[in-house]
Design a protein around this ligand. Sequence first.
Ligand SMILES: [Fe+2]
Ligand SMILES: [Fe+2]
Length: 312
Amino acid sequence: MRDKIIEFLKENLIESRFTHTMGVCGESMRLAEHYGVDINRAELAALMHDCLKNKTDQELISIAQELGVKLDEIQLSNGKLLHAPVGAAFAKEYFNIEDSEIIDAVVYHTTGKADMTLLEKIIYLADYIEPNRQEFDGLSTLRDLAYTDIDKAVLSALETSAEYVESKGSILHPDTIAALNWLKDKEKEKERGYYMTTQEALKVSIKALDDKKAKDIQAIKLADITSVADYFVICTATSSTHAKTLADEIEDTLEGDTDRIFHKEGYRDTAWILLDYGDIVFHIFYGESRDFYNLEHLWADGEKVDVSKFLA
Ligand SMILES: [Fe+2]
Ligand SMILES: [Fe+2]
């Protein structure tokens, strides 16, 4: 696969773009190794990230049409954005890449997006800091930051890009705005001592509950109606042992959040274990207690969250 892609790149990229791609490859693999990401996946994504970069806008638009890639107004008005989504769709088809995270790392390597995975962050950054990149103000700081705080590094690179796009009078892509907001929120949470944002904690803990076979997981957003918590997460366990397993799983999952306020009730012998993380409160019931307390009814004014989106 690797050889097939390199052969394609040699035929389809100008020399400087090929050199850049190889630089991104090396940098991605170093970052992947540093952050414990599979280096082969990082290499594949890096190899493909600019595979169609030397096509004209018109060529990219016709490839997009052939492959059924939907392009938005901003992508169509700014040719620089086209090669990422079109290149990704082309790579998927032409090189038979099934791994959607690799493909997404190519799709979002110019704009970024909210909730980027580690692999997506690595490709985004490696593209920015690879050794052949022309010097710009702050490049060496960014290179250091990439290996010490990847979120801060991606945020800094996104801010530099946003300034550049705006200085050219172009419109910032909504995915970039979403990425900026997401990372700024993350930094704020970190300053407050939170390791994960509420949304992230909600997502990983609901996923963890589902993995441990919690029944009937419900989440209610309460942020707008009470200061008790931002979210209640309610689920049912099949036995008291299962309830404890679920509680332990949540604790393990959120363990990194050392400063998240934490308070636990009912672990020993009640049919209701409550884990209070300040912003999210988990209620694990077993036996008939869930129907008895009927929290969903009590908090019916809250907004029901579609938990299936966290389980995909
Ligand atoms: Fe690119
Ligand atoms: Fe690139």
